[in-house]
Design a protein around this ligand. Structure first.
Ligand code: NAD
Length: 391
């Protein structure tokens, strides 16, 4: 038996619902003992809804000797302060994306974690889901040959969405940082590190609130950073990928990741989902949808809830908990999180300078073992997919 990792969640908003549910129900390696939030009422509500023993302040969580791992689910602009506080208090940390909103902050956190020998895991963990692990297996089993190029596209009306998800109005709320990160994470997990970035971009418009019945007194705002980016990424493996993030358009997502190879084409599923399948295209053949080779397909078989839409978020926390116990590197590592941020920040730098930007960091991410599925025995008890997180 692996000793459970005593865990606390900080940040009790929207996404905490699926994290708390999954951490409580799906992973035997996690013992979720406490929740904390800036406003205590939100933490009390989650504790009551999901049956968590303790409601604590952020400072109490940092000071609690028995808590080993803190899962940070606050908005991106709050990440740096909370992660730093928890690392300095000797806690391992898992954080939602992006690790921070500036590269200097992220590099400082990586240095602190290294100095203190602590784990710092970073979302997106959709890269560990059935959709993207199957896509990776297709590449590693040589189903499309050598990847020469690719395309990654996502669009939304990010300004309209920032009325509802108000944290999007702050740093880290632009479409590239909030959603493009899933595309960057997926590309990195499939193709490895990036060595060169070029880009053009445009800001978000000044937004006049449209849901006036909801927010009649709001002043207009502009989401910081570039909300539209057209970039070219050169990967160390030799592939070149065109990236288009457009947050200034309508909420009719045209998500697309396509990888072109010497013997075939891989259409990768939606990287924001755990259950989006990939398909193969060969010359003169019908397009073929690939069956999942891995578990964590986003289907929650235990006590269905409206938040199951968010799939198996938290799988990266459990994988990191097993890594902590085994003393091995975790897959959604601080190096992966830092490289994701370097790619996004590199796009902004390339837009500002007109130059090619070369990321400094590197990372490695081993694939999960195939052949373990989440719905084994109807998903009753602990699904056998958890076995794939152990090594
Ligand atoms: N909403 C989504 O669809 C979604 C999906 C995936 C990931 N995420 C990520 O999860 C994180 C949280 O998103 P959300 O949608 O739950 O946001 P949210 O605004 O619903 O919740 C954030 C919570 O954090 C709390 N908080 C803010 N600053 C804090 C601080 N300094 N200390 C303690 N608590 C603080 C707020 O009170 C709130 O309860 C973000 O990083 C976001 O990018 C969100």
């Amino acid at each position: 038996m692996v000793r459970k990792v005593r865990t606390a969640v900080v940040g009790c908003g929207m996404i905490s619902n699926i994290y708390i549910k999954n951490l409580k129900q799906l992973f035997s390696v996690i013992d979720l003992v406490a929740v904390g939030n800036r406003s205590r009422a939100a933490a009390e509500e989650k504790a009551a809804t999901y049956g968590i023993e303790r409601v604590m302040t952020i400072d109490e969580i940092a000071a609690a000797d028995d808590i080993e791992l803190v899962v940070n689910l606050t908005p991106a602009y709050a990440h740096y302060g909370i992660i730093k506080q928890m690392l300095l208090a000797g806690k391992h940390v898992w954080t939602e994306k992006t690790m921070t909103v500036t590269l200097d902050e992220a590099r400082e956190l990586v240095d602190i974690a290294n100095e203190k020998g602590l784990y710092l895991g970073v979302a997106p963990d959709t890269v560990l889901g059935a959709g993207l692990q199957t896509a990776r297996r297709a590449l590693e089993t040589d189903m499309i040959g050598t990847v020469s190029s690719g395309l990654a596209v996502i669009n939304r009306n990010q300004t309209l969405n920032s009325e509802y998800f108000t944290f999007l109005q702050g740093e880290g709320g632009s479409l590239p940082y909030d959603v493009g990160i899933y595309y960057v994470g997926a590309l990195l997990s499939l193709l490895g590190p990036v060595k060169g970035i070029r880009a053009f971009g445009a800001p978000a418009p000044l937004h006049q609130p449209e849901f006036l019945y909801r927010n009649a007194d709001a002043e207009p705002w502009r989401i910081p950073g570039s909300n539209v980016i057209a970039a070219a990424l050169q990967f160390e493996c030799g592939a070149v990928v065109s990236v288009l993030f457009d947050g200034n358009t309508v909420n009719a997502e045209q998500h697309n990741i396509t990888l072109f190879g010497s013997r075939g084409i891989l259409k990768v599923g939606d990287p924001d989902k755990f259950n989006s399948p990939s398909s193969l295209i060969y010359a003169d053949q019908p397009e073929c949808v690939l069956p999942f080779t891995h578990g964590y397909n986003g289907v929650n078989t235990v006590e269905p809830s409206p938040f199951d839409f968010y799939g198996h978020r938290g799988v990266g926390v459990a994988e990191m908990a097993y890594a902590i116990r085994a003393g091995r590197p975790n897959r959604c590592s601080k190096e992966y999180g830092l490289h994701c941020l370097e790619v996004l920040a590199g796009m902004e730098e390339a837009i500002a300078t007109g130059r090619t930007v070369e990321p400094k960091s590197r990372f490695e991410m081993k694939p999960l073992a195939p052949g373990y599925y989440s719905a084994f025995m109807g998903g009753s008890g602990r699904a056998d997919a958890e076995r794939s997180l152990m090594d």
